[in-house]
Each structure stands twice: as C-alpha cells, then as structure tokens.
Write a protein that binds this ligand. Structure first.
Ligand code: NAP
Length: 313
C-alpha cells in the first residue's frame, strides 16, 4: 500500500522527522528549490501538513492541497494557521496544548522575578568582580504585589498558581468572567492595568488580539507597572512599549516574545529594568520532545481512522 503523503512546511526536531518518515511519505517544502513546482507535482496527493506556529499554513497553501484532511501544528499558538479557512474546507487542525503549560508558566514567573530582583544584573555584578567593591543595591520584592493576567487559560492559570505561592494577589482579564476562579475579574483591560503591578500577557496571538496591549493600556500600567509577555509579540504595541520604557514611564519589562523575532528593538539592550529572552517559554528538552510526539500522534491517529488527540476547537 502506498504511504500517506504529508507536507512538512518547516524543519522539525529529529525524532519527529524520523517518526514521520517511518509512517508517511514526507515532502519537505523548505528544501524545495521551487516550492510552487513541488506543490504542483505533489499537492493533489498530500493529505496532511506538519507545521509550527511560525511557519503556519495559509489559505493559499491549503488551496494548493485539494485533498488535505489534517494540519498538525507544533506549538499551542496556531495564529500562523488560517483556522477559519481550514474549517470551511473541513480540514482538522491540531496543536500541542497542556504539555508545555508548566514550562511556559515557569518562564513567566522567572521573568517577573528576574525584573524585580534584577537577577541578570546580579549575575553580571559577580562576574565583573564588582561584588569585591561592595554589595549589590537593594531591589524590590515580588511578594505582596499584584499580577494581572491577560488570558487566564491553561498557561495563565499556571502563572496564577506560581504568583499565589509567592504571596502575590491575582487578577485577570479575558473575554468572559470565569466564575469558578478565585481571582478578581476585570472586564476592562486598561482598568486592570491601572490596578496591578505586573501585567502578564498570556492570551493567543492573531488578528483578534493584535496590539491589544496598546499605548493606552501601557500608560495605565504606568510607572508602578511591569509588563511581562510570554504570549506573542503581536499582542503588544511594541513601539509604544519601547518609548515608554525609554522615557521611564513604565517600571520594567520581561519579554520572551517580540513583534519581529528574532529581531529585538536594540533600544532595549541598554535598559537595566528589562529582561529579554529568545522565545524559550517551552524550550526544555522534555517539553519539546512531548510536543513533537503529539504532532506525530495526532497525524497517526487521524490516518488510522481515530479521533485526533488535541484538536483546535
Ligand atoms: P488557552 O488555554 O487557550 O488560553 C488562552 C486564554 O486567552 C483564554 O483564557 C482566553 O480566555 C484568553 N483570550 C483569548 N482571546 C482573548 C481576547 N481576545 N482577549 C482577552 N483574552 C483572550 O491557551 P494557552 O495554552 O494558555 O496558551 C496561551 C498562549 O501562549 C498561546 O496562544 C501562545 O501564543 C502562547 N505561548 C507562548 C509560548 C512561548 O514559548 N513563549 C509557548 C506556548 C504558548 P477567554 O476565552 O475567556 O477570553
């Protein structure tokens, strides 16, 4: 029997590539000298896509694959995939939720702690031999402050648990109140920003949340406030964020994601109240292995005639 044919849009971890090569005939789009020629040649036979949140899958790509049944995305954020178009075509989309939740929440928490306790600066202080000349200046504590979480989903709730453990109060904003949650709900994002010390962005990217954290929200967060973003750079009006930080109108920022990765506004490099990470929220070996396994398992389940494990609903 002929193996089911897949299109892999971008390279994946070796164990994912090996597993997919074992069970499927995989066409590697990024290796093609002429992508259009490859799609014209194999597009009619391709039944599945393996992709990631950045490479995604556009409506145009789906249109070149008339027999497409399923898209398996590495990552929980699927803003790069035209899910609405997939739905109209009856194409199932899967992602990799849950397995990365705790790691991403760890990074959000580390960013909060890193900014307020100046962890990277303390490390540099020791390495540069400055400790020999005297102690590091006092910093602020995290406990006793308030975290306002934008997007109290899987990751947002895991961040809330960490914040509570260290003695913070928690509030949240989303499109609806979650009455089963013990935290203070704000229907208005700017109102929450005005009330909290840390605004933690944990909602999805995409058109609906584009620049949701705009200048008005950042100004409401103000000089007493720190922005933490582990979600997507697109959710924050980055130019306003940089300007307010440079003008001392925000207390600080901890950022794992940016508008135009891997490019980071260089103006931030000189600031001591900012901690910058290269989008490593889910980047532990264990979690990335589990995410890769889920990409494979979703495709295997679908083509074995079973329900996929983690559909995007
Ligand atoms: P989730 O469980 O779906 O939670 C998303 C939350 O955002 C929900 O509580 C939802 O609440 C809220 N939300 C959705 N649209 C909103 C809107 N327009 N305005 C306000 N709130 C909105 O997703 P998750 O697993 O926690 O992941 C969250 C995001 O984290 C992902 O989409 C991804 O972009 C990002 N992420 C980043 C990394 C990293 O490496 N830095 C890794 C994994 C994920 P309502 O429905 O009540 O609005």
């Amino acid at each position: 029997m002929m193996a089911t044919e897949l299109l892999m849009v971008a390279p994946m971890m070796p164990h994912v590539m090996e597993a997919l090569d074992r069970d499927f005939q995989v066409h590697r789009l990024w290796e093609a000298e002429d992508c259009q020629a490859l799609l014209s040649e194999v597009g009619g036979r391709v039944k599945g896509i393996a992709t990631n949140g950045h490479a995604g899958a556009s409506a145009e790509l789906m249109s070149a694959l008339p027999n497409l049944e399923v898209i398996s995305c590495f990552g929980v954020g699927y803003d790069g995939i035209d899910v609405e178009h997939a739905k109209t075509q009856g194409v199932i989309v899967t992602n990799t939720p849950d397995v990365l939740t705790e790691d991403v929440a760890d990074i959000a928490f580390v960013l909060m702690l890193g900014v307020c306790r100046r962890i990277p600066q303390c490390d540099r202080y020791v390495r540069e031999g400055k400790w020999l000349n005297g102690p590091y200046p006092l910093t602020d504590r995290l406990g006793g402050h308030t975290a306002g979480i934008l997007g109290l989903g899987r990751i947002g709730k895991a961040i809330a648990r960490r914040a509570e453990v260290c003695g913070m109060s928690v509030a949240y904003h989303g499109r609806r109140e979650q009455t089963d949650q013990p935290y203070t709900f704000y229907a208005d994002l700017a109102e929450m920003a005005a009330a909290v010390d840390y605004l933690v962005v944990a909602c999805p990217g995409g058109a609906e949340t584009d620049n949701l954290v705009n200048r008005r929200v950042l100004e409401a967060l103000g000089e007493k406030g720190t922005l933490i973003n582990i979600a997507r750079g697109s959710v924050v009006e980055e130019s306003a964020l940089v300007e307010l930080l440079l003008d001392g109108k925000l207390r600080g920022a901890g950022l794992d994601v940016f508008a135009d990765e891997p490019k980071v506004p260089e103006a931030l490099f000189a600031l001591d109240n900012v901690v910058l990470l290269p989008h490593v929220g889910s980047a532990s070996k264990e979690t990335r292995k589990a995410m890769g396994d889920l990409v494979v398992d979703n495709l295997v389940a679908h083509f074995a005639g079973k329900p996929v494990l983690t559909p995007v609903t």
